[in-house]
Design a protein around this ligand. Structure first.
Ligand SMILES: Cc1ncc(COP(=O)(O)O)c(C=O)c1O
Length: 348
């Protein structure tokens, strides 16, 4: 069992997931890239098809319950994994759940709108609220606050999980804890890592990982791969969130701006959009390792890892930890977009 971390205990937490998740070696994919690749299987966190957001929700919903809330409100893209897992966590705790679905991709097809996470949101009985804008976090949060007011007016006790970075990064605590978990697993095998790679979206996984590693004395580089915005915007966001997390656990000195590394070389054409690097990464992981990656988050993160290896930023022979953050329902929502590529030369 991982040691309890100083500074974390004061935050209410509810266990929702299976932990520790496995730390698996990926020998075939690693060999084809020329590195010693390990995967932290946070796609196996258990709750309703799993993913990184389970760890984040343990702290959000812990806070919600400590405040006496009975209804959770959250906003996200139509194929958001976070909102699906918020619905699952809320249901486990006997809470009501409202989800605001933002129009964030401009080429959504029928599968995108009906399959994958949306299907699961509906199965979980969430109340869905369409929201026409996908690039305005303040407006999305304001609309969520309006919904929360109507919950209050109806006699409920709402808890809002905000999207914007102007609210405390509570979910990031989940990855401060997780870093301790995978380092205990690695140390039990007698090794450490030369690099850690993860998707960087809201930045809470990335910032939590960074502060979690530093909190246990690990100076390993943490490479965040942009999945939501370009590198300059994302860098500022990770800096803010990491500094806040270090302060939240009363260890502000853990934050060092020089340790924040984000890259956006596989980001375009933008959030939720495929490119050849992502298709290659999704395919290589599946065919070398039976490791299933999604097109929006983990596929992009693996494409970023591959780009770092090919550019030499991650050196040949390095022992690298890839954090598999889940997102598996997204594979089905993107089936039509993956299909043409699967059927042609590139998919073989
Ligand atoms: C599957 C998956 N991986 C990675 C991320 C990015 O994590 P974060 O938002 O903590 O940066 C998300 C965000 O929604 C996700 O759903």
């Amino acid at each position: 069992m991982p040691r309890p971390l100083a500074g974390i205990e004061k935050f209410p937490r509810i266990r929702l997931g299976h932990a520790p998740t496995p730390l698996d070696r990926a020998p075939n994919l690693g060999a084809s890239l020329g590195i010693d690749l390990w995967v932290k299987r946070d796609d196996c966190t258990g709750l309703a098809l799993g993913g990184n957001k389970v760890r984040q929700l343990e702290f959000y919903l812990g806070d919600a319950r400590a405040r006496g809330a009975d209804t959770v409100l959250i906003t996200g893209a139509v194929q958001s994994n976070f909102v699906r897992l918020a619905a699952a966590g809320a249901r486990q705790l006997g809470m009501d759940i409202h989800i605001q679905l933002e129009e964030r991709v401009d080429d959504a097809d029928d599968l995108y709108r009906t399959s994958g996470n949306v299907l699961l949101d509906r199965l979980l009985g969430a109340t869905l609220h369409p929201f026409p804008v996908g690039e305005d976090e303040a407006a999305a949060d304001a609309s969520l606050e309006d919904l929360a007011r109507s919950v209050t007016a109806g006699g409920g006790k709402p808890y809002v999980i905000h999207l914007g970075a102007d609210h405390p990064p509570i979910g990031g605590l989940g990855y401060v804890v997780a870093a301790n978990e995978w380092m205990e697993q690695a140390r039990a095998r007698g090794f450490g890592f030369d690099a850690v790679v993860c998707a960087s979206g809201s930045a809470l996984t990335h910032a939590g990982t960074l502060i979690g590693m530093r909190a246990i004395g690990e100076e390993t580089p943490v490479y965040g791969v942009c999945v939501r915005r370009d590198a300059s915007l994302q860098h500022a966001r990770v800096v803010k969130r990491a500094a806040e997390l270090a302060a939240m656990i009363d260890r502000p000195a853990l934050f060092d701006v020089d340790g924040v590394d984000v890259s956006d070389e596989v980001y375009l054409p933008g959030y939720g959009k495929l490119n050849d690097a992502v298709r290659e990464a999704v395919s290589m992981a599946a065919r070398c390792e039976a490791l299933l990656l999604d097109p929006v988050y983990t596929g992009k993160a693996m494409a970023g890892l591959i780009a770092h290896v090919r550019s030499g930023r991650i050196a040949a022979g390095n022992r690298v930890l890839f954090i598999h953050t889940g997102g598996l329902p997204g594979i089905f929502a993107y089936a039509a977009k993956l299909e043409p590529w699967l059927s042609n030369e590139g998919g073989r």
